[in-house]
Design a protein around this ligand. Structure first.
Ligand code: SAM
Length: 368
């Protein structure tokens, strides 16, 4: 098999946790965005001997894609069959043996043995990244870039509230924008773990797709910066009566006055995407990577709008009206002078900082 010109040695059948060697072609966007984000980071920092860790390599595909811009490359997996695939892949892809180290260890052990070592770290386990977060922090250099995948979205997005409180020490919220709340819980968790070690984690590009979420950001060693950034840890208030939402802890709804608000958090209340960073990623990503390019464009377009996204169908059901075309609603909001965009979270969603009463008025006008 091949992915973006890199040869891979893995079974072609539907991947499961028990596959001989795990390769999921549906994670292509995750790998495309991760590669481009790491390339952009590398261009921005002046690091000699750029050292990359693909801690959960499986077939090795991520590592193969990172080889090009890494002076040292570590590939690791606990599965011995994965190690054979990695070795085969390195040869088939002509990746210089000298710069590569392969290991067959628990990622926690490998990372604990290599403190402050890596400039780019890819954490792509089955399930949650939580079990590996402490050692990820330890293995980060004073300037690093980190990407973490989580596939326990049903927990962080509110289907298993108690499990979320237990694992992430945070209350989730089950509603139309639950995946954004879940993503913000993940970012909070990563930020706080770095903060414990006086390191600051700044999210650069974070997203959710199908069953997984991905948090990618830059790590710097600075107590001052970490203290300032602590302001971005807070709560989210949601009114189920009128669908008003705010990234603050409130006693009553800012729209209808309802005092029975639902509160989620603690979670990340800051931006989840840095538009300067995604702008550079758009320059770096080949336009021929069509779906991934389109996804990156969406992420870039919603970067500056902070309010959690609205689902048009849900708002219309709340207003008991027919659903108008989303593009027309977006156009009407834009013409009123409010920032507005589509959102990568949902094909029926949109993002705006406009007050909800104005959004509803504009939807009504468009629906007439
Ligand atoms: N990164 C791969 C990709 O993009 O195709 C997929 C990785 S797959 C989701 C997770 C991999 O982690 C599996 O190959 C599994 O054998 C390995 N693994 C599971 N537990 C591990 C651990 N504690 N340390 C290192 N590898 C582990």
């Amino acid at each position: 098999m091949k992915e973006r010109d890199h040869k891979i040695f893995a079974p072609e059948d539907e991947p499961t946790k028990d596959s001989e060697v795990f390769y999921n072609e549906k994670m292509l966007h995750n790998r495309d965005l991760s590669e481009i984000a790491a390339r952009v980071f590398k261009q921005k920092v002046d690091i000699e001997e750029f050292t990359t860790l693909d801690a959960f390599s499986a077939s090795g595909i991520r590592g193969f894609r990172y080889a090009d811009f890494s002076e040292h490359l570590f590939l690791n997996d606990t599965n011995p069959e994965a190690i054979e695939s990695i070795e085969e892949g390195l040869k088939a892809n002509d990746i210089e043996g000298e710069k590569v180290e392969i290991s067959n260890k628990n990622a926690n052990i490998l990372m604990s043995e290599n403190r402050n070592r890596f400039h780019f770290i890819d954490i792509d386990p089955f399930g949650s990244f939580l079990e590996f977060l402490d050692s990820t922090v330890r293995t980060s250099n004073h300037t690093s870039f980190v990407g973490l995948t989580a596939t326990d979205n049903s927990v962080a997005s509110g289907s298993y509230k108690k499990a979320c409180i237990r694992r992430y020490n945070s209350t989730p919220l089950k509603n139309s924008f639950m995946h954004e709340t879940g993503l913000r819980i993940y970012i909070k968790e990563v930020f706080q773990n770095y903060a414990r070690f006086d390191k600051c984690f700044d999210p650069k590009i974070c997203w959710n797709e199908r069953h997984y979420s991905r948090v990618m950001g830059r790590v710097t060693e600075s107590k001052k910066r970490t203290n300032r950034t602590l302001e971005n840890i807070g709560y989210l208030s949601f009114c189920r009566e009128c669908r008003w939402r705010k990234l603050e802890r409130k006693q009553e709804c800012g729209n209808c006055g309802n005092e029975d608000l639902e509160i989620a958090g603690p979670l990340w209340t800051g931006k989840i995407i840095d538009q300067r960073f995604t702008g550079e990623m758009l320059e770096e990503m080949p336009e021929e990577w069509e779906d991934s390019y389109e996804m990156l464009e969406k992420l870039d377009s919603e970067a500056e709008i902070l309010t959690p996204f609205y689902d048009l169908h849900e708002l219309c059901s709340n207003m008991k009206i027919q659903v108008p075309k989303r593009e027309e609603v977006i156009k009407a909001i834009r013409e009123k002078g409010y920032p507005v965009s589509r959102t990568h979270f949902s094909p029926t969603g949109f993002r705006t900082d406009a007050p909800i009463e104005d959004i509803k008025k504009m939807i009504e006008q468009v629906a007439e």
